[in-house]
Design a protein around this ligand. Structure first.
Ligand SMILES: *[C@@H]1O[C@H](CO)[C@@H](O)[C@H](O)[C@H]1NC(C)=O
Ligand SMILES: *[C@@H]1O[C@H](CO)[C@@H](O)[C@H](O)[C@H]1NC(C)=O
Ligand SMILES: *[C@@H]1O[C@H](CO)[C@@H](O)[C@H](O)[C@H]1NC(C)=O
Ligand SMILES: *[C@@H]1O[C@H](CO)[C@@H](O)[C@H](O)[C@H]1NC(C)=O
Ligand SMILES: *[C@@H]1O[C@H](CO)[C@@H](O)[C@H](O)[C@H]1NC(C)=O
Ligand SMILES: *[C@@H]1O[C@H](CO)[C@@H](O)[C@H](O)[C@H]1NC(C)=O
Ligand SMILES: CC(=O)N[C@H]1CO[C@H](CO)[C@@H](O)[C@@H]1O
Length: 748
């Protein structure tokens, strides 16, 4: 979901989340739980459904109730089911040796044209024919297939490997050769027919936007009412799209629906999965996105996920499993400026997406204090123009100046105002689409406007239509969630960054551009912001790499994009906790030189090292043989994984810095080559690479090295030390950030 809607909906979703997590012993109501059983067992003689029914009967102790309580069986790509259970039944199931985890179903939230040129992927870029065999799965709010971005002119039939389906329904009459698959999941009845189409149709706009960002065809002259005019185009315009609708208007995105979509997508033959959805981080075996993407990875499918919109605060990153590509959002070199002129001739500039052209030269101007409703409720903040504090009479036809929020435009429109100027407490980089002529200004400019209002009898102002302007980029968007992560402390997340601020892409015409029913603006393209918008950029970049290297593993594709990313102009308080390895550079990523690959068994060793139950880990691969942690070679080093970035978290009491990272790189550049390591490290951090030269005499040869990081206790008040390792053969530059993070002691 884009940022603004997020603010409103987040509360609702959090309430649901808390309610389902409370283990209420007096509650005898059955609730949906997900029972996850790992990989499919091969040919044990009974069907998956019978197996589930048997398990349920034993746990519940009543065959009839057991039959009624089963909601859904997964069994295409992994094993598991959903059932309505009492807490003690869920407990009994979790103790069964065939079960990996049991967790209550929760609901999660949804988290341009120019962006691809900005990323160096121009229209004339070299592309492979194979791009049209690539299928990008998008788990989202559905799709508006009539959008010009999904025109299938010139596309042949779906690739032969495609096994997916196309479901029709209200406002969705079928697929085409661009959007080759479309399904919806409503196991939890999260879809309300009063608010959404129970079909793959997109009544929100989000899914249409993310899908077209990944793989929309080029549409010339795309804009939002003339704003951001240019050619709208996905990153891999020849690739196919498969939509799996798992998010519902007003109902959020249910865990059980997400898992069902993964179960299908993996089997359907997709190449990449893009998931712009998140929720609080959890242990991997209780997290549907971590589970689904793990089974996708096993089948060679990389999953790209949004990092979340809870920045700029530290520790907010979501979707952190090491096999997920976790994406932060950046701003591009374009901003949306909305100018204001005051009656005294002064000009002020703010940001917003204001599609309205003024009809008059000037409008009367007022502020919340002057427009207060004397007889109204006496709660609420008048200067912030809170709902219920203003007088309709004093607002009608006027531009109202309000403090502190970028969301009062709705209130002012509701009261019949002519516009709003909002002064933000903290600077923000997001331009929101406004309900009426409106802009957000910085506090300092706000004070000068307020002073002018107080200084004259008839204050006046006019708000102009938004114009685009150049700005310096890239930078991490303020809302983009930051690390460090809390699940595996020594894997750096987010992994990578891509544009997610003010992105123009296709939109659903079943909804207005603000989502509000009183808004009559229906448009084929819209400008929205979020890590949701960044995620499909990375899915597309990964698809692009895959079209050149169809045999590369998900980890190799991820490595190629991470080690060739452009390190970002970073704020010292964030460092790579904001941007990961940097902004994607897809053109470079098709020739990375070296890759850090990760095999399935390395992931399993890593999970063993992280303390997950060995029997459960064995279940993730299935098969006849019993596996447990002793079957996998033990993970070595501080992080225990061949990750393309290096990270170490210290707790408050840790004194010295001491870490060893073991790494193996595979030569994918030239047969004969010599790579030398260089390290840029800050004062107080010693980084040694052993050996510091790697010689390769053929392609695909692997070489190992270790990185020894040492340092004295960090200076008081310092929490981040960030270094950069670069392997170079003079033609390739293979970069890995090394980040040491120390929790600052709680003050007081
Ligand atoms: C002021 O508030 C009262 C109470 O909510 C409301 O009935 C009245 O219509 C408001 N007056 C104006 C002019 O908006
Ligand atoms: C009203 O809101 C503004 C902006 O958030 C804030 O600066 C001010 O302190 C608030 N006033 C009151 C009385 O809460
Ligand atoms: C303008 O007047 C209002 C109401 O008297 C007051 O709250 C506000 O602080 C004044 N603004 C400035 C910038 O002086
Ligand atoms: C903005 O950038 C574009 C592309 O780099 C350039 O052509 C244009 O002249 C710039 N505009 C301004 C106002 O600097
Ligand atoms: C893992 O869980 C199983 C079943 O819950 C238990 O029997 C076993 O002892 C556990 N293994 C380890 C290594 O903790
Ligand atoms: C902090 O880390 C040190 C070294 O890893 C460990 O011995 C200690 O128990 C940890 N302290 C806390 C509070 O976790
Ligand atoms: C834009 C559009 O076609 N909307 C239709 C969606 O479906 C409902 C119910 O069938 C119709 O009433 C709308 O016209």
């Amino acid at each position: 979901m884009d940022i603004k809607q997020n603010n409103i909906l987040a509360f609702v979703f959090h309430v649901i989340l808390v309610a389902t997590l409370i283990n209420c012993s007096t509650d005898h109501e059955r609730k949906p739980y997900i029972v996850y059983m790992g990989a499919l067992s091969d040919g044990a003689g009974i069907s998956v459904m019978e197996e589930h029914q048997g398990l349920l009967s034993r746990a519940i102790g009543d065959e009839k109730i057991a039959r009624e309580s089963r909601v859904y069986s997964y069994g295409k790509s992994f094993n598991g089911f959903v059932a309505r259970l009492l807490p003690q039944e869920a407990q009994r199931l979790s103790e069964d040796e065939s079960v990996v985890s049991v967790f209550p179903n929760t609901r999660r939230k949804l988290h341009t044209t120019r962006t691809w040129d900005f990323l160096g992927m121009t229209k004339t870029l070299k592309r492979r024919q194979t791009e049209s065999n690539i299928v990008v799965a998008v788990l989202d709010t559905g799709i508006y297939i009539k959008s010009p971005s999904f025109n299938d002119k010139g596309f042949g039939p779906p690739p032969a490997k495609w096994k997916g389906k196309c479901v029709t329904g209200r406002n969705f009459t079928g697929c085409n050769n661009k959007v080759i698959g479309a399904k919806y999941y409503n196991l939890d009845n999260a879809g309300d027919p009063e608010r959404d189409d129970i079909s793959p149709a997109d009544t929100d706009g989000h899914g249409t936007h993310t899908s077209s960002t990944a793989a929309g065809v080029a549409v010339r002259g795309a804009s939002l009412y003339g704003l951001a005019k240019g050619t709208a185009r996905g990153g891999v315009p020849s690739a196919r799209i498969a939509m799996y609708k798992v998010c519902w208007n007003g109902g959020g995105c249910s865990d059980m629906d997400l898992l069902a979509a993964f179960d299908d997508a993996i089997q359907d033959g997709v190449d990449l999965i893009s998931v712009s959805i998140g929720g609080a981080s959890r242990s991997f075996l209780d997290d549907p996105i971590a589970i689904g993407s793990f089974h996708a990875m096993k089948k060679g499918i990389l999953t790209s996920c949004s990092a979340g919109n809870d920045g700029p605060y530290a520790g907010t990153v979501e979707n952190v499993a090491p096999w997920i590509f976790t994406v932060a959002a950046t701003g591009v070199d374009r901003k949306f400026e909305t100018a204001v002129k005051l009656g005294n001739g002064a000009a002020v500039s703010g940001i917003s997406v204001n599609t309205f052209t003024p009809r008059k030269k000037m409008y009367p101007l007022t502020n919340g204090v002057h427009a207060a409703n004397a007889t109204g409720y006496n709660y609420g903040n008048v200067s912030a123009c809170d709902y219920g504090t203003l007088s309709e009479d004093k607002v009608k036809g006027k531009i109202v100046y309000c403090l502190g929020s970028a969301t009062q435009d709705y209130t002012i429109k509701f009261l019949g105002g002519a516009g709003t100027i909002m002064a933000l407490d903290a600077p923000s980089d997001i331009a929101f689409t406004t309900f009426l002529p409106a802009t957000s200004v910085v506090a300092k400019d706000g004070i000068s406007i307020d002073r002018y209002i107080n200084s004259t009898k008839n204050p006046q102002a006019v708000i102009y239509k938004t114009r685009t302007a150049n700005t310096t980029a890239p930078f991490v968007a303020s809302f983009s969630s930051r690390g460090p992560q809390s699940i595996n402390l020594n894997i750096l997340k987010p992994d990578i960054a891509a544009p997610g601020l003010d992105i123009l892409a296709a939109y659903s015409q079943l909804v207005s551009i603000t989502g509000d029913i009183t808004d009559k603006r229906i448009a084929p393209f819209n400008i929205i912001s979020g890590t949701s918008m960044a995620c499909p950029h990375v899915a597309a970049a990964a698809a692009y790499v895959k079209s050149f290297h169809p045999d590369w593993s998900p980890a190799a594709i991820k490595s190629a994009l991470m080690t060739t990313a452009i390190p970002m102009k970073i704020k010292p308080e964030d460092a790579e906790l904001g941007s990961g390895s940097g902004q994607i550079n897809p053109r470079k990523a098709i020739h990375p030189g070296l890759v850090y690959d990760i095999s399935l068994s390395s992931y399993l060793s890593f999970l063993c090292k992280e303390g997950y139950n060995g029997t459960d880990i064995g279940r993730l691969i299935g098969g006849k043989n019993k596996h447990d942690c002793s079957s996998f070679s033990p993970a070595r080093g501080t992080d225990g994984l061949n990750y393309p970035s290096m990270h170490m978290q210290l707790n408050e009491t840790a004194s010295r810095i001491s870490a060893v990272f073991y790494r193996t790189v595979t030569n994918v550049g030239y047969g004969d080559s010599v790579y030398k390591a260089t390290v840029a490290s800050p004062k107080g951090l010693s980084v040694q690479v052993v050996p510091s030269t790697l010689k390769f005499d053929r392609l695909h040869k692997k070489q190992s090295f270790k990185v020894v990081v040492k340092g004295r206790p960090m200076k008081k008040g310092t929490s981040i030390l960030s270094a950069l390792l670069e392997w170079s053969d003079s033609k390739h530059s293979v970069k890995s950030p090394i980040l040491v993070y120390k929790l600052l002691p709680l003050s007081g």
